[in-house]
Design a protein around this ligand. Sequence first.
Ligand code: MG
Ligand code: MG
Length: 248
Amino acid sequence: MIIIKTADEVARMRDSGRIVAEILDLLEERVVPGVTTLELDQIAERECRKRGAKPAFKGYGGFPFSICASPEDRIVHGFPNDRPLPEGEILSIDFGVVWKGFFGDSARTMAVGNISSEKHRLLKATKRSLELGIEKAWPGNRLFDISHAVQSHVEGLGFSVVKEFVGHGIGRGLHEDPQVPNFGPPGQGPLLCSGMVLAIEPMVNVGKGGVKVLDDGWTAVTLDGKPSAHFEHTVAITEDGPQILTAI
Ligand code: MG
Ligand code: MG
C-alpha cells in the first residue's frame, strides 16, 4: 500500500532531507586521495548526532555502519573500511537519517581526485538519469514513466541500469511501497498522486550488468568488475510538481 503524506508530513520530511544533504555535502568535501571510508563513516555519524538525527542505516536489518561506501565496482551496500582511497577511483556514498520520525535517503557517486573520462561520463549519465526521472514525478503520470526516463537515458549512452536493486517509497519507514525500478515501460505502473514520496535511485554500470553479493552478506558488486555509479534523491510529488527533499 502506498502511504500518502500530508503537506505537514512532507514539510517534516523536507527537514530530514536537508540534514541528509548537508552531511553528504560535508562528506563530499572530504573525499580526496588518502581518506578512508571509515573516517567518512565517523564524520557522518558525528554530524548526524550533532543535529539531533539518527543515522538511518545503522542497525537496519543488521547493517553495521552509518554510510554505505561503495567504491569502483561496488554497486551498493558497501562497508566502510580503513583502506585509503587512491586517486582515480569513484566512491558511491549512500546515506540516510531519521529525524522526528521521518526518513530521508540520498546517494551520490564522487570522484577521488582526477578520474578517467569513462568514469566521468558514467557519473554524468547517472546523475542526469536521476534528474530526468525526477522530472516525470508529477501527479497524473505513471510510476514507470520515471523508470523509463532513467533507463532510456542510460541505455542511450551505452551504459546499463542495475535491475536487481530498486528505489522505493519512503516516509515513517525507510522502505515503503511502491518499488521504483530503474527500468520499465512508460505509461504503466501505479498512478502518481500528490503526497507520494519516493526515493528514486538509478544505479548504473559501465558494463552489462549482473550482480554478486560478497561474503559479508551485504556488498553488491558488478559481475564483470567494471565500475558502477549511484545517485539518489528523496522526492515528494506535489500539485506543483516534484520537490527534491534531500537538497539544501
Ligand atoms: Mg539510499
Ligand atoms: Mg534508497
